[in-house]
Design a protein around this ligand. Structure first.
Ligand code: PMP
Length: 308
């Protein structure tokens, strides 16, 4: 297949790509009742290493809670399955996609007796928004679609159904010639990207919307806050950021497991800074890649090596 995957882990078993199937009456397919993760495994001197895997698995279990989904597998089992998938397919680096969803039993909205299904896939995936994006930044469009408010649906649970909003925002942006969207929350303040958190740099200080702004509690967001503070920057991570503040930012960038650290060079018609990757963004991005590719000994606690 085009993703170059030959083995998928499904409910405790390793199955061939073509056998990783589900029924059309799957509850999650009808109602968006799945939760998932997106993590990365990086190529390091000591072989492939899972980046902040603990936190991703913790978030997967947390995401299940509002839906009363029970993953019938332990944290350790999911970790071992993931490592085994990477070993079997001989990958040095990859993206990791665990998914937990309600399967089929009945099709009422209430999942009643629907079984909880758990799958993990891994595949090679380069820069989410492209190599050029990492280096030169991207143009983004403030979406006409607002984010779900966390009073409407828990936005801190990484739920499959939520990504219909991400699709609308992202595709609207791309139809209009932009690479990605920025989505405002119900209050009209900056929330995040369709699959990224956002950071703003102004007068040498760093700002990112607080967790009460209807965002996903991003693991890369958390890592970048830590890295930036360790580099000596002041990071304001409990703030609201108005739409207007985007225009007057010196620098803007996205973070995410897929997007890593991606500079933003234009928002709608407004050029950000010099219209290139800003210096603070570059420093943080460089440090981030040095960390994940283990060109430093720092933050060793963030890594779980595939070959024990
Ligand atoms: N916000 C949304 C809506 C996302 O889908 C993602 C990607 N998981 C992020 C933020 C970034 O989170 P993380 O750094 O944990 O990948």
């Amino acid at each position: 297949d085009e993703m170059d995957v030959d083995t998928i882990w499904m409910d405790g078993e390793f199955v061939d790509w073509e056998d990783a199937q589900t029924h059309v009456l799957t509850h999650g397919l009808h109602y968006g009742t799945g939760v998932f993760e997106g993590a990365r495994c990086y190529d390091t001197e000591n072989g492939p290493a899972l980046f902040r895997w603990e936190e991703h698995v913790d978030r997967l279990f947390q995401s299940c809670k509002p839906y009363e989904m029970e993953i019938g597998h332990s944290h350790e089992e999911l970790t071992e399955a993931t490592k085994e998938l990477i070993r079997r397919q001989d990958l040095s680096s990859c993206y990791i996609r665990p998914l937990v969803y309600y399967g089929y039993k009945s099709l009422g909205v209430s999942p009643q007796d629907c079984p909880t299904k758990t799958t993990i896939a891994v595949w090679p995936w380069g820069a989410y928004l492209g190599e050029d994006a990492i280096e030169n930044g991207i143009d983004v469009k403030v979406s006409s679609w607002r984010k779900h408010a966390s009073s409407q649906i828990p936005t801190n649970a990484k739920t499959t159904g939520l990504y219909v909003n991400s699709l609308l925002a992202g595709e609207e942006a791309r139809r209009n010639g932009f690479a990605e969207a920025i989505v405002l929350n119900k209050e009209g303040n900056v929330a995040e990207g369709p699959g990224e958190n956002i950071f703003l740099v102004r007068d040498g200080e760093i700002f990112t919307p607080g967790l009460s702004e209807s965002i996903l509690d991003g693991i890369t967001r958390n890592a970048v806050i830590r890295i930036a503070r360790d580099l000596g920057y002041t990071v304001h991570d409990t703030v609201s950021i108005s739409r207007g503040e985007l225009n007057t930012a010196d620098e803007l960038f996205f973070t995410g497991s897929a997007a890593e650290v991606t500079p933003i060079k234009r928002v709608d018609n407004v050029t950000i800074g010099e219209g290139t990757r800003g210096p603070i963004t570059e420093e943080i991005q460089q440090t981030f890649f040095d960390v994940v590719e283990r060109r430093t000994d720092e933050y060793e606690e963030w890594f779980d090596y595939v070959e024990a």
